[in-house]
Design a protein around this ligand. Sequence first.
Ligand SMILES: Cc1cc2nc3c(=O)[nH]c(=O)nc-3n(C[C@H](O)[C@H](O)[C@H](O)COP(=O)(O)OP(=O)(O)OC[C@H]3O[C@@H](n4cnc5c(N)ncnc54)[C@H](O)[C@@H]3O)c2cc1C
Length: 424
Amino acid sequence: MEARLAIVGGGPAGMMAAIRAAETLSDGSRVVLFDKNDRLGRKIYLTGKGRCNLTNRRTWEEFAPHIHPNQGFLKQAFRAFSNEDLICFFEEELHVPTVTLQGQRVYPASLVAGDVARALERRVRELGVDVRGGTTIRSLADLASYGAVIIATGGKSYPVTGSTGDGYRFAEEAGHTVTPLFPSETALLPRNYDPGLPGLEMKNVGLHLYVDRTLVESDQGDFNFTDDGLESGIAYHLSRRAVWALVNGQRVDIVLDLKPALTEEQLANRVLRSAGQTDSPNARQNLLNPRGISGLKNPPLHQAPTRQFAPKALKALSLMPEALINPFLRAHPGLTAEGLPAALKAWSFQITDYKGYERAVVTAGGVSLKEIVPKTMASRFRPGLYFCGEVLDLDGDTGGYNLQIAFSTGALAGTHAATYLLTH
Ligand SMILES: Cc1cc2nc3c(=O)[nH]c(=O)nc-3n(C[C@H](O)[C@H](O)[C@H](O)COP(=O)(O)OP(=O)(O)OC[C@H]3O[C@@H](n4cnc5c(N)ncnc54)[C@H](O)[C@@H]3O)c2cc1C
């Protein structure tokens, strides 16, 4: 019997590898694809809030900064199977039309993630791949009879989908180093989280990440306050460094800039101008609430009440969503007109916790890239062994980058593992 290729993991990376391997071998039955679940690509159904953000259409130069920790490693795989190749593959080979939406994010035109998972699985089966669903591989030793092996077991995040980090163990079995793992693209929980914040969506704001009181990263865009803390969009983007700092016992602060397009001075002028437009002869005084901060259950008693902002006055200035006003005032007791611009530009949250793997979009860390050949995804230690997808020490920001990593590295691993079988 001819030697066969075993692929462990039927996620996007494993399915892509199976497709390319079956095509290269011109005989799908020589490829055996194992997955714990009966249905392949279970995580894909959850991606992009059920819409599946397949990739991002940015050029490599713009794409690369969203890849961590070593964009250079992905460059070869991206060249061999780029975002444009991925779009062609879905449209022409899988007959899944795509659409490019805001931020160059590419989705299936149906905006149904299941269409992506089902199309991939259909292609895998069409090519005659021997799919063994409902089968958990426990050790590399289980696969000793195979001529080549691809590990595509994903990371540790959303373990309910089957990604429980088994591949890290397999890598160590083969003598590989697994770099420290931590959840990324995850919610960041502030100390004394104001109960008025969850449910608020922040649009076009700035976030600055401070580690041990030093500014390390900033971003501008959208995020949400949820029950779990600061979540999605730019909060996810900063979460990678924030979580790593927390893991290392460092102090983490996130500073929210509610008006990133305006300087403090411009904001001060705007506040004064708005005050001047009110009816009172003493316009500025109108911004101050002589009775303290009305609407608050426990107004701070120690501040001079005549200098505090009224929620009413803040509402009149239209500087933030109405629902944000009370939490904002609670976070800035005794706020004065003079202090308002600075407070709008720098609302500080000390981050003390984060959501773990059960809710993190991606796992950072993984099989050390130094030990993998970037042109082929082959192990530098064990001939015939390949790795692809999230099990590698490679992760991306949200925006389609993680699936592109899975597809690019999966395509390369599939092609080269099959070539290895043909030549050995
Ligand atoms: C909620 C959510 C939303 C996301 N949205 C997006 C998005 O819109 N765009 C984007 O680019 N990325 C997104 N991601 C990230 C992306 O889904 C992952 O990075 C990607 O799925 C990783 O692909 P993979 O094939 O390496 O691993 P996985 O998709 O994790 O697949 C690994 C497979 O291996 C199987 N397996 C594991 N161990 C074994 C074993 N021992 N034996 C047999 N089988 C095993 C698992 O059952 C699983 O099916 C999202 C992630 C989450 C959690």
